[in-house]
Design a protein around this ligand. Structure first.
Ligand code: FES
Length: 86
């Protein structure tokens, strides 16, 4: 799984770096280093007023914030990876 966090200027203002830090720690804490690749992405033109744009493989999500990244990680990363393992 490849997770790309937008580090364009609009997303940075809404917490990209906090989100990247959260994801780095969450991936390590859940021993997912072999399953998840974290990367940055440039602005894809999906900037919005609420939060940050994140790509998970081919899916794109907008409006993710430092307050919602934990739930996002559970729903979009942990649950699908655990389902793949069954
Ligand atoms: S700055 Fe992130 S989508 Fe534009």
């Amino acid at each position: 799984m490849i997770i790309q966090v937008c580090v364009g200027s609009s997303c940075c203002l809404k917490g990209s770096y906090e989100i990247v830090e959260f994801l780095q720690k969450a991936v390590a804490d859940n021993h997912l280093d072999a399953d998840v690749t974290l990367a940055g992405s440039f602005c894809s033109g999906r900037c919005n007023r609420i939060g940050v744009t994140i790509f998970v493989d081919d899916d794109v999500y907008t409006g993710v914030t430092p307050d919602t990244i934990s739930a996002f990680f559970n729903e979009k990363v942990l649950v699908p990876l655990n389902a793949e393992r069954k």
